[in-house]
Design a protein around this ligand. Structure first.
Ligand code: T46
Length: 142
């Protein structure tokens, strides 16, 4: 879908003994992440019935990684929507500008890590769907 992408990170492990030594996943800006990271936050302890998000960003780019457990992400434009299941720490979801997102079905112990291209700025958020729809139609058809 436009302005979104599933990213697959390296999973460095000993295939013979990964149960014992575990996994290592490196992430570098300019390689796996297509922007410089200026902010990191994580979301955890979310009830399975909760649904978060309900907004878009005008400019912000982010990569979402579910470090433990799983979570579903609805990504949506006025024309299209998709649900992405994040259930592995070696998988990421890039979300660029003007994509509506909702996060739901957080599993028990789910921890969602987010790498963001800019510092927190409430004026970059579009939290009203009708306002989002109007700006997104202009953005995607310009
Ligand atoms: C997004 C999804 C995936 C801050 O003070 N600093 C921050 O860096 C962030 C992200 C939030 N906040 C404050 C703003 C609100 O008062 O924390 C409160 C909860 O934020 P919000 O309701 O926006 O949380 P989510 O889970 O709906 O959305 C968050 C991000 O805000 C958003 O950018 O794409 O996660």
């Amino acid at each position: 879908m436009i302005n979104t992408k599933i990213l697959t990170f390296r999973d460095i492990r000993d295939p013979e003994r990964s149960d014992f030594f575990g996994h290592l996943t490196p992430i570098e800006c300019g390689q796996e992440i297509p922007f410089d990271v200026h902010r990191i936050y994580y979301i955890y302890g979310v009830d399975q019935a909760a649904r978060r998000g309900y907004h878009s960003h005008r400019d912000l780019e982010q990569v979402l990684i579910c470090l433990s457990g799983s979570v579903k992400i609805l990504v949506k434009t006025p024309e299209k929507e998709e649900i992405v299941l994040l259930d592995s720490p070696s998988k990421g979801l890039y979300i660029g500008p003007m994509i509506w997102r909702e996060m739901f079905e957080f599993s028990e112990h789910a921890t969602l890590l987010v790498l963001a291209s800019r510092h927190y700025d409430e004026s970059d958020y579009l939290r009203d769907y009708q306002q989002y729809e109007a700006e997104a139609k202009e953005y995607f058809h310009k």
